[in-house]
Design a protein around this ligand. Structure first.
Ligand code: AMP
Length: 419
């Protein structure tokens, strides 16, 4: 038997109801805040991700599904959404009518990481981006959206972590200070960090290897190196969060894995997921639109790990399962053909209706109705054929009424609508 690819997964009926609920909550919340949906391709030119995410990142170095297509072009299954959304913003000149655009998307991403709980090779992200707003109020609004969504989905044990990564004016100074410190502890760093030390030293800050953590105990803090503007924005972000009553923790070690971030970065962390503590992350990327060939416009955004969110949502899939309003139980070919006709008409009119299409005993059909949790059962057998009226049973009260065949579908619809 052919099994699915390691790190990929199916989301089956029974789980999908929770996914649909999360998706519906996210969409209604985003739309209340003026976000509009954008759908981007699953595959892009490899160059897009290399240039935006950065050549020296784990994603680009080790995790992308990249291959030459049959025409020899290098293409990549998207590992994240921001690069494509920025490309679309530039390519379709979305900024021309109004530089301020609020966009969201929900869809699968691909990274060839080592699979484990909470970490998959195909996973889904809910992504939101605000273009054209430099004010840290945009960052505060994004964090507020995350916290609100998680509260609506009854996610317990979450904490917002915030940091500033500085800007091209102040980050080099910090980078130099950090690099000097890393040189002094060189021997105790893991292999990855020894390599990153020269080219991407900030990444060393969030290494989870215990020896690196110990070696970095005295590492300089980026927050001591911020320029005036970065400091001002970071203070304003915190004031806005406090004003909104959003609890947060300043975490100077929060650097995140993608090169394009500047100034505010944030993550929503949870204790509920074991090793994979980040359920959402994001931040400002003021230089990316220009770097990818667009105008010099600021932007900020986040991505939520949908799979992780589904694992920790307090609203379970139970209770979200759809139940039929009506189950039609028919005995004999003539009854079945009548019932089939009613079932199709009622379904067309929006009644949730099910019936057994094959030949089954009444007992077995009633069992199925029970298993599905049908609210009503409509029975037709020989007696009902003779009387030209079917029997409608309310499964909860056990009350039964006779419904004449004449105009039956309309009558049933009216009866069910009236409940
Ligand atoms: P990133 O795009 O790396 O900033 O990730 C944003 C969010 O996506 C993370 O906080 C995770 O919740 C989720 N995520 C990232 N990688 C994976 C993965 N391999 N499997 C499941 N979720 C992931």
């Amino acid at each position: 038997m052919i099994q699915l690819i390691r790190g990929f997964k199916d989301i089956l009926p029974g789980e999908i109801e929770l996914w649909q609920r999360i998706e519906a909550e996210a969409k209604s919340l985003f739309e209340a805040f003026g976000f509009r949906e954008i759908r981007i391709p699953i595959m892009e030119k490899t160059e897009l991700f290399k240039r935006s995410i950065g050549e020296e990142t784990d994603i680009v170095e080790k995790e992308m599904y990249t291959f030459a297509d049959r025409g020899g072009e290098m293409v990549t299954l998207r590992p994240e959404a921001t690069a494509s959304i920025v490309r679309a913003y530039i390519q379709h000149k979305l900024y021309a009518a109004d530089p301020v655009q609020r966009l969201y998307m929900i869809g699968p991403m691909f990274r060839r990481e080592r699979p484990q709980k909470g970490r998959y090779r195909q996973f889904t992200q809910i992504d939101a981006e605000i273009f054209g707003v430099a004010s840290p109020l945009a960052d505060a609004q994004l964090i507020f959206l995350l916290v609100t969504l998680f509260a609506r989905l009854k996610v317990a044990d979450v904490e917002a972590h915030v940091n500033s990564l500085g800007c091209p004016a102040c980050r080099p100074d910090f980078r130099a200070a950090l690099q000097a410190m890393l040189t002094s502890v060189g021997g105790s760093l893991c292999a990855d960090c020894s390599r990153r030390r020269e080219r991407n030293p900030l990444r060393v800050l969030d290494c989870k290897v215990p020896s690196c953590r110990a070696a970095l105990a005295g590492a300089p803090s980026i927050l001591d190196h911020l320029c005036r503007e970065c400091r001002r924005d970071f203070d304003e972000l915190q004031a806005a969060l406090s004003g909104l009553g959003v609890g947060y923790r300043v975490n100077p070690r929060l650097v995140r894995g993608l090169d394009y971030y500047t100034r505010a970065t944030f993550e929503i962390q949870t204790g509920a997921l074991g090793a994979q503590s980040a359920v959402a992350g994001g931040g400002r990327y003021d230089k990316l639109v220009k770097e990818l060939g667009g105008p010099d416009l600021p932007a900020t955004g986040f991505a939520i790990g949908f799979d992780r969110l589904a694992e920790i949502a307090g609203v379970g899939a139970a209770g979200l399962q759809p139940r039929p309003d009506l189950f039609l139980a028919a005995l004999g070919p003539e009854s079945r053909s009548l019932a089939f006709d009613w079932a199709c008409r009622l379904g067309r009119d929006g009644v949730r209706v099910e019936m057994e299409l094959g030949e089954k005993s009444l007992k077995s059909q009633m069992k199925t109705a029970d298993r599905l949790g049908a609210a009503h059962v409509l029975m037709v057998g020989e007696t009902e054929l003779n009387d030209r009226a079917a029997l409608l049973r309310n499964m909860q009260t056990k009350e039964q009424i006779r419904v004449p065949f004449e105009g039956l579908a309309e009558r049933i619809k009216t009866l069910l609508d009236a409940r």
